[in-house]
Write a protein that binds this ligand. Structure first.
Ligand code: PMP
Length: 358
């Protein structure tokens, strides 16, 4: 195996395990000794159908997805999903806006149909707290849409909201890091570029009875048609699907949900403990109980210190730590392929920087 520089904490596209990249490279040149690249083989072949089916089976196994749910691999990222889902669903969706991605999802839903509703927007408090969902007026809505983890603001629902309507959730940045209470959901969707492979594809996990009631839309947008064709309505993003398949194999071989959910909590606790021990240097906005286990977002007292932090981090082989452009500051994204050892290296650097600048 070729080894690479791997302390890469970017928010997505995420660092990928060497196993995934090595296997994907081999398949790109010669898939399973067929003498053809995986991207050259027709999607009407047994080989490609097997990749699709095995990927679905692995995802079902890892996330304990009940049989009442259909698994769909669809071209386009999560941004495609949050525009396309309101196009397909007949009901009215209520949106809890808790950061950048849920806001964008609501804006796109409004373009599809002005009937969709904003239930709350916590922007006025800087997205520092989650809403109390039992205080929201859900009398007009058929679904409750939320983003379980807001990748930009670093705020996360640690449990599914308790509401009387089915949930629709954007899990792009925390899927495979927590168990999902499927009985509460109508749809879970996620872009693949963080914990499920590479960009350009998303996964929609949708209750089959909802599929039956979807709008008739052009086939290329249709979740129903995608389900009927087993994700092979047209030439699919097969390299993306194959990368997801490899990622799922890797997740399973390395401990699956039990390991990755425990690891996610452990690594976040380690970094927040150092942040909290240095409150004058490492500045956080989100209230501790809502802080994301995935995207550790903090600022420093001056823009110069941010520049120093990023430059010094690179001298310690730590990359991808710059905050989102609307936030500034620092963001460390801890997706599945980042190891506990690598988080340990980042923790040592946070300690070292605090000793130097406090
Ligand atoms: N939702 C969330 C929570 C995200 O983090 C992102 C990407 N960072 C998106 C949606 C958009 O994903 P994509 O770029 O794949 O469309």
């Amino acid at each position: 195996l070729i080894t690479r520089k791997s302390n890469y904490f970017a928010s997505g596209p995420a660092h990928l395990p060497d196993f995934v990249l090595n296997e994907a490279s081999k398949a790109l040149f010669n898939f399973k000794d067929t003498g053809l690249s995986i991207v050259e083989i027709t999607h009407r072949s047994h080989d490609i159908e097997t990749v699709v089916n095995e990927s679905k089976n692995l995802l079902r196994e890892i996330l304990h997805i009940p049989q009442q749910f259909e698994i769909l691999f669809m071209a386009g990222g999560a941004s495609f999903a949050f525009a396309n889902i309101p196009l397909n669903l007949t009901g009215r969706i209520g949106y809890a806006i808790t950061g950048r991605w849920s806001k964008l999802a609501y804006n796109e839903a409004l373009r599809v149909n002005p009937k969709h509703i904003q239930l709350c927007d916590t922007e006025a408090i800087g997205y520092s707290e989650l809403p109390k969902v039992d205080e929201l007026d859900l009398s007009q809505v058929d679904f409750f849409h939320y983003a379980s983890n807001e990748t930009v603001h670093g705020i996360q629902f640690k449990q599914a909201p308790e509401v009387p309507v089915p949930l629709i959730c954007d899990m792009s940045s925390d899927i495979t890091t927590t168990a999902i209470q499927w009985e509460k959901y109508g749809i879970v969707y996620a872009g693949c570029a963080k914990n499920l492979g590479i960009s350009g594809m998303h996964v929609v996990i949708i209750k089959k009875d909802l599929l039956a009631t979807t709008h008739t839309v052009p086939n290329i947008y249709s979740l129903r048609e995608l389900a009927h064709s087993n994700c092979l309505y047209n030439t699919p993003p097969i390299f993306q699907i194959y990368t997801t398949y490899l990622m799922l194999q890797w997740l399973k071989a390395n401990g699956g949900l039990p390991y990755f959910s425990q690891k996610s909590q452990q690594q976040a606790e380690l970094l927040y403990s150092i942040i909290d021990a240095n409150p004058k240097l490492y500045l956080t906005k989100v209230k501790p109980q809502y802080r994301s286990n995935i995207n550790i977002v903090f600022d420093l007292p001056s823009p110069e210190l941010v520049i120093n932090f990023l430059a010094e981090a690179e001298t310690h082989n730590l990359y991808g730590l710059k905050g989102h452009k609307i936030m500034g500051g620092i963001r460390a994204s801890l997706y599945n392929s980042i190891t506990l050892e690598q988080v340990g290296e980042l923790a040592n650097f946070l300690q070292h920087f605090a000793q130097k600048y406090s």
